[in-house]
Design a protein around this ligand. Sequence first.
Ligand SMILES: C[S@@+](CC[C@H](N)C(=O)[O-])C[C@H]1O[C@@H](n2cnc3c(N)ncnc32)[C@H](O)[C@@H]1O
Length: 266
Amino acid sequence: MPHRRRVEPDIRRYYTEVYAEADRLHRTAQGRLEARRTRDLLARLLPAPPAAVLDVGGGPGTYTGWLAASGHRVHLVDLVPAHVAAVRAACPEVTATVGDARAVPLPDGSADATLLLGPLYHLPDRADRVAALREAARLTRPGGPVVGAAISRNAALIEKSAEGRVDEYSRPLLLRAYATGVNDPATGFTTAYFHRPEQLVEEFTAAGLPAPRLYGVEGPLWPLLDALDTVPDDRLFHDAVACAAAFEQDPAVLGVSAHLLAVATA
Ligand SMILES: C[S@@+](CC[C@H](N)C(=O)[O-])C[C@H]1O[C@@H](n2cnc3c(N)ncnc32)[C@H](O)[C@@H]1O
């Protein structure tokens, strides 16, 4: 069997000691665009409430409270104990356990829909990503959706270039990640994998989730939104949301979104 990297300690340390995930999607206009578009897409892709939604890699409950408030019954699984504790404290109506997306100790078909919004971009080995997708397919009742999030292969280079932060130190790291998909934690982010759209399709298919539909989350205007953190402009934000929606399934621009969602039926 090919050697697989052991990534859990690095990811737990990053989210416990280095990075505060809890307000990531509120702190910046880019984060608010990601959250707004992800909620818009999930509202269309998930079954009507009340459904049993399994939120694997749900973090500190980023979408959990919103899903529960929409009428869904949500169970969250995450690798980071501090995230699970935060969800339990903030959302008493939600159940949550520490666990790994590659082996979730729940019965077959226990969810009407399963979210994998995190694990696919933190597992650098294809075999692990396919294992996580296969597990999501097993956990979802036949006919229910499995929704996976990926970070686009192009995102880091676009983001750092837009911020004017590509220098002699970062350029080789960014170009290596662009070539291989594997992020070097020396960039400041943790262990991560960045997908091309066609790889997401291939990995879903290999996991028994054929013909996934792909959606670009942020669309092409997200690099401009940094400006809104100093000078708020509702018009630009709303135009970025509308532009992302207009292009969301256009194969020619999928890869310029920072995140991609893929959905297929179990
Ligand atoms: C950036 S956060 C995303 C949180 C939220 N789902 C969202 O979309 O904003 C990534 C989350 O995935 C979790 N994660 C990464 N690898 C995982 C794995 N193998 N099993 C379960 N959770 C994992 C991390 O602990 C972290 O909470």
